[in-house]
Design a binder for this molecule. Structure first.
Ligand code: MEV
Length: 327
């Protein structure tokens, strides 16, 4: 049996716009998905997944996701099983073992579908563990590429490389189309995450932005404006100008909100963070529900979030310099 873990992430800037070739800066955080894989004697795949949310719900399914014993929306389970199936397919291809069967066990500290990159982390860790089980070692870059293909398929061609690259290599990264690289020497980023206990449907949210962008020139301009903001934000990051990084996070949130991907609970958490003195606050990931990320080196934002109606959990999240690793 082989076990690997990979980190989740927050978006400092640039989600959604990155799907259209604009730059984005996701940052890996010290919350991981862990996947154990054992080859079976037959061709079947059995997946067991526990604790896919902070408060822990359980998803257990065999071959048929419809028969999953689960207390989360069916669409999320279907997406989760799609990611695992995709990871297995990639491992079979990389390992030259098209008929290999596996027992897969997943545990995760990253809430599912909440904007913290749970699916990318599961796919990256899953491909790494399954290929090693087949006796093949892939580089972080190759894992990122294969994990991207899985996300691309599950999200019906509407995925960027941001989540998967960030989870595979760790740290802060900058992704612009196919150009993915680590951002070196980032200053201390005191992330605070607020989680509303919910989740958005990434495929649907990405499709919604695409529809608005196709329909309205000003929505397309909003997507380009996020790209400009990310370029400015990358400079602010290099200059260690945290005040400006925060200001641009606030701006980025406003543009995402204009594109229709915020929600009442995300707004409540963003404003609670700002009122508590956070340097900046925005939704992270696809939106529609899930998580916000704020910058605050004090405990004020976390405490304020804990008392915000609609916020189910709030926690400090340290940047994780390490990507996928063997456990
Ligand atoms: C989802 O975590 C981030 C999006 O930008 C989609 C993607 O980049 O694949 C909304």
């Amino acid at each position: 049996m082989e076990t690997s873990s990979a980190p989740g992430k927050v978006y400092l800037f640039g989600e959604h716009a990155v799907v259209y070739g604009e730059p984005a800066v996701p940052c890996a955080i010290q919350r991981r998905a862990t996947v154990s894989v054992e080859e079976r004697a037959d061709e079947r795949i059995r997946v067991e997944a526990d604790d896919l949310s902070l408060d822990g719900f359980t998803v257990t399914y065999g071959e048929d996701p419809d028969e999953a014993d689960v207390d989360v929306p069916g669409a999320l389970v279907e997406a989760a099983t799609g990611y695992v199936d995709g990871a297995v397919e990639q491992a079979r291809e990389a390992g030259g073992a098209p008929d290999a069967g596996f027992n897969v066990e997943i545990s995760s500290e990253i809430p599912l579908g909440a904007g913290l990159g749970s699916s990318a982390a599961v796919v990256v860790a899953g491909i790494d563990a399954a290929t090693r089980e087949l006796g093949v070692e892939l580089s972080a870059e190759e894992l990122a590429e294969r994990a991207y293909r899985v996300e691309h398929d599950v999200q019906e061609g509407q995925a960027s490389r941001a989540d998967t690259f960030c989870s595979a290599v760790g740290g802060a990264v900058r992704v612009e189309g196919d150009d993915c690289r680590r951002v070196r020497d980032v200053p201390e980023l005191p992330f605070v995450v607020g989680y509303d206990g919910g989740a958005g449907d990434t495929g649907e949210l990405v499709a919604g932005v695409r529809a608005r962008r196709d329909r309205y020139g000003f929505a397309a301009d909003t997507v380009s404006a996020i790209g400009d903001l990310v370029r400015q934000g990358t400079r602010a990051l290099r200059d260690e100008d945290i005040a400006q990084v925060g200001e641009l996070m606030d701006f980025n949130h406003g543009l995402l909100s204009a594109l229709g991907v915020s929600s009442r609970s995300l707004e409540a958490m963003v404003w609670a963070a700002r009122d508590a003195g956070a340097t900046g606050a925005k939704l992270t990931g696809a939106g529609g529900g899930g998580c916000i990320v704020a910058l605050d080196e004090t405990t004020s934002t976390r405490h304020a979030l804990e008392y915000t109606p609609g916020c189910e959990a709030a926690f400090r999240a340290e940047l994780d310099p390490e990507g996928v690793r063997r456990v």
